[in-house]
Design a protein around this ligand. Structure first.
Ligand SMILES: [Zn+2]
Ligand SMILES: [Zn+2]
Length: 117
């Protein structure tokens, strides 16, 4: 008598033949039981996550922003971003002078209130 051992997939709760089951390590000393469908779905989700997260995984947006400072040229009122990691000296891209540049801070809610008053 043919007997196919079946296991329940942890993800979709379907009973699938044991040959289509894969064990995925899940934390310490425990494994999740996934069917092949769910394995491929999981892989796709993982690769999607990697795409959307990279390279932001290790460098969150705030880190990225710290490289760029906002400056405003008081000569021509031209606001621009300058990469502080850049080796070239800072100058206004508009008038190419650097004597009237002011660093612009990101306005916090408090600053906005001050501006209104
Ligand atoms: Zn499944
Ligand atoms: Zn300028």
């Amino acid at each position: 008598m043919a007997y196919i051992r079946q296991l329940i997939c942890d993800r979709c709760k379907k009973a699938v033949p044991v040959s289509e089951i894969r064990y995925i390590p899940k934390g310490r000393d425990s494994t999740a039981t996934f069917c092949l469908d769910c394995i491929s779905a999981k892989k796709e989700a993982n690769s999607l996550n990697k795409k959307t997260n990279s390279p932001g995984m290790k460098t969150p947006l705030s880190m990225d922003n710290s490289l760029k400072e906002k400056y405003i040229c008081m000569r021509c009122n031209y606001a621009f971003e300058f990469n502080t990691k850049s080796r070239s000296p800072i100058s206004c891209p508009y008038c190419s002078k650097s004597d009237r540049l002011e660093k612009q801070r990101k306005k916090s809610a408090q600053d906005l209130i001050k501006d209104i008053n």
